[in-house]
Design a protein around this ligand. Structure first.
Ligand SMILES: Cc1cc2nc3c(=O)[nH]c(=O)nc-3n(C[C@H](O)[C@H](O)[C@H](O)COP(=O)(O)O)c2cc1C
Length: 283
């Protein structure tokens, strides 16, 4: 049986979305892609406080994937929220706009979710729990199941729009998915980037200042596929798949593995029109 084209009460035109951080704030791709071809677009993660991001290099191409150490560069919640209050340009897009956010504390998530829900052009939220919790020594929020429970429970109580919760593949995402489901999430996103690293052998130095980086693109697809399958076995809410999707065939594999929606990430950089082409092809 086909999964419904819905997350919570929100209907989708099709199952193809874009992934956070690879699609800017929506404006950047509008010349390359007709958004009405897509089920939705996910904007880059906005954090409570402005972030300058990491020093360069931030990106390294490897033969089959991409390493990134962007460090969530963004203008911060207050500026983005005020700008959207003045000019809600997201309303013009004929697709579901999914707004990604991350806090420095449990309370930040809930506060930001409440504010961004007021913006008409935002159809749904994505809580990015795969970013570091500064109050717990920099471990990701989803490394602590209690954080997952509290953030999801409080958000579910506070906001009126549907939301998904995005997890790291390095944590116990199956357990986290179950917690998210019973705490009131409408969907889960499996998953963010995998942990990777690059070293210059000649100079014996790390390529990235933070040493480790996020790994994405075609190389991660088999791992992402297995993770999506495992998460989809564990919950009844829709699973949004993310990881290495570069063709309609890849997208179909994720749907067969149990995903209800699929998102295109790294491959947007290779072909900014790809998400539209995949949507057309899997129809
Ligand atoms: C350059 C870059 C920036 C990213 N920024 C974010 C982000 O801001 N928030 C987020 O939740 N995920 C972010 N991601 C992860 C992607 O949304 C996606 O989950 C991941 O890259 C796996 O999918 P892919 O292999 O199709 O890229 C980023 C990925 C890349 C490559």
């Amino acid at each position: 049986m086909k999964a419904p084209l819905k997350i919570g009460s929100l209907s989708f035109r099709n199952r193809v979305l874009t992934a956070s951080g690879t699609f800017g704030m929506g404006k950047e791709f509008s010349d390359f892609l007709d958004y009405s071809q897509l089920g939705g677009i996910t904007l880059k993660t906005i954090t409570k406080n402005p972030r300058q991001g990491n020093p360069p290099p931030r990106i390294l191409e490897t033969p089959y994937g991409l390493l990134n150490s962007i460090g969530l560069e963004n203008e911060g919640f207050q500026k983005v929220y005020q700008d959207l209050k003045k000019n809600d340009y997201l309303r013009q897009y004929d697709t579901n706009v999914i707004f990604s956010l991350a806090g420095d504390s449990v309370e930040d998530y809930v506060e930001m979710a409440r504010f961004f829900c007021e913006i008409e052009g935002i159809a749904m939220l994505e809580l990015n729990l795969s970013c570091p919790n500064v109050h717990e020594g920099g471990a990701t929020f989803d490394s602590n199941p209690e954080n997952v429970k509290r953030i999801v429970e409080e958000t579910a109580k506070t906001v009126s729009k549907p939301f998904t919760v995005k997890f790291s593949p390095s944590q116990d995402f199956v357990k986290n998915s179950r917690i998210a489901e019973y705490s009131g999430a409408h969907a889960i996103t499996i998953s963010n980037t995998f942990l990777g690293m690059a070293i210059h052998a000649k100079t014996k130095t790390f390529v990235f200042k933070n040493k480790t980086a996020g790994y994405s693109g075609p190389a991660v697809k088999p791992m992402a596929l297995a993770n999506v399958y495992r998460a989809a076995q564990a919950v009844k809410i829709p699973v949004i798949a993310s990881g290495g999707i570069s063709s309609a065939e890849d997208a179909s594999e994720f749907l067969i593995a149990g995903a209800s929606f699929i998102s295109i990430g790294t491959l947007n950089f290779v072909d900014p029109g790809l998400a539209g082409k995949i949507a057309k092809e899997i129809e």
